[in-house]
Design a protein around this ligand. Structure first.
Ligand code: G4F
Length: 392
């Protein structure tokens, strides 16, 4: 093919030279583009590296918090842990911003935990609890500390016994010693649990129901429960025990079944997870809203006389029912294709059904649960959908 010369005004251009010029220009543009992309990627890598360093530092700080996770501030430590966990799913400069925000919130938590954290308080260490009493000189003590994941208690029964069981005795001793001659001065709350009913001997379960725990966790809680009663009867201490049935909220740890489901449902709804693997779907629990239950705990310590109370909704629902409501909340009516069962999540001994009778708490404390089961499921799923959308 013969190329005609190109005429631009009075100038005649050689077509081959024009073509070569255009190719040269394109190559130069490509080179500039490659350099820009390389610089950008190197900056992203540097940012990611900085974020990794921040993450590493955060994890060290988190370990400090984890050390006190057996204390009554365990919930806060878990909240930070969860935030950090979510953070590791973020990438690039976004992570830097997230890391900064998390550092800020950890710093705030540290301020709030200063007294407890500074002396490394620990439920297995009586002397540290005595120091905690001396430092804070409290009017009320709420012992929520425990190895609280029932499934884990089989993996480490001795640790569970030391923290969840003997830890209660240590707290009671610390309170008793600090109270000196005025043994009713400090009001003490022990977080007992419906797990103590285990292989239930009566339906519904109440304060007088025979206890038959089915896990090292349940056995440890029975020890703490009776030790609380014993200190009340032996020393006249204002020591109350709340036998709380399962209490849930969007802040529940993701290892527990309700939150595991609400988080998975949110991810399945948004297309970032394909299914969920669970254990026994037939177990039934009396699930209430944690906020309502905390109010009951506080009410117990405002009474003239210390006592023991069952705190429950009086309704029981299976894991299947929870699944049905949770999936329906995001418009999925048939949940079966999204759920698999695996032996890994089955327990050596199961608590098949729990349902509590909170008549005593209703009458003596004027306590009522406010959030219904469908409202609780909706609250948890909605919170997780929002959290997932926000990238947490
Ligand atoms: O959510 P869960 O792990 O709670 P669990 O064992 O009832 O204990 C919780 O409530 C107690 C109050 O009664 C507290 F004392 C205790 O600290 C904790 O807060 O399991 C609930 C049910 C169980 O029957 C379990 O076998 O759900 C069943 N389940 C089925 N699949 C599962 C799973 N549980 C978990 N955690 N993970 C599963 O995949």
């Amino acid at each position: 093919m013969v190329l005609e010369p190109i005429q631009v005004g009075s100038v005649t251009l050689d077509p081959v030279l024009v073509l070569l010029g255009l190719l040269g220009f394109a190559a130069l543009a490509l080179l500039v583009l490659v350099v820009i992309v390389a610089v950008h990627m190197s900056r992203r890598r540097r940012e990611a590296h900085e974020s990794d360093a921040q993450l590493a530092e955060l994890k060290v700080r988190l370990r400090t918090l984890a050390e006190i996770s057996v204390s009554r501030h365990g919930e806060l430590a878990r909240a930070v842990n969860e935030r950090l966990d979510r953070m590791t799913h973020r990438v690039g400069s976004d992570l830097t911003e997230t890391a900064r925000k998390t550092t800020d919130s950890i710093a705030k938590l540290h301020e709030r935990l200063a007294v407890i954290d500074s002396a490394q308080k620990n439920l297995t260490d009586l002397s540290s609890l005595i120091r905690a009493m001396r430092d804070s000189d409290p009017d009320e003590v709420y012992n929520l500390g425990a190895v609280s994941f029932v499934a884990y208690s089989w993996e480490n029964a001795p640790l569970t016994t030391d923290v969840t069981g003997k830890g209660v005795l240590n707290m009671l001793e610390a309170v008793r010693l600090h109270s000196a001659d005025d043994l009713g001065r400090i009001r003490f709350y022990q977080a007992s649990s419906s797990e103590m009913f285990g292989k239930v001997q009566e339906v519904p379960q109440r304060e007088t129901t025979l206890l038959w725990p089915r896990s090292p966790y349940g056995v440890s809680k029975v020890f703490g429960h009776y030790m609380t009663i014993n200190y009340r009867e032996s020393y006249g201490m204002h020591a109350s025990s709340g036998i709380l049935f399962n209490h849930e909220s969007p802040r529940r740890g993701p290892e527990f079944v309700t939150r595991k489901i609400s988080q998975a449902v949110a991810r399945i709804h948004l297309g970032t997870q394909k299914d969920i693997v669970l254990g026994n779907l037939d177990a039934e629990r009396d699930w209430g809203f944690a906020g309502d239950y905390v109010e009951a705990m506080w009410l117990m310590l405002q009474q003239e006389q210390a006592d023991d109370y069952v705190i429950s909704t009086g309704e029981t629902h299976s894991i299947r029912e929870f699944l049905t409501l949770a999936f329906a909340r995001v418009g999925i009516d048939e949940w079966e294709p999204y759920v698999r069962q695996d032996e890994r999540f089955m327990r050596p001994a199961e608590v098949d059904q729990l349902i509590g009778d909170a008549a005593k708490a209703r009458a003596a404390l004027g306590w009522e649960p406010r959030v219904s089961f469908p409202e609780l499921v909706a609250m948890m799923v909605d919170a997780d959908v929002e959290a997932q959308k926000a990238g947490w």
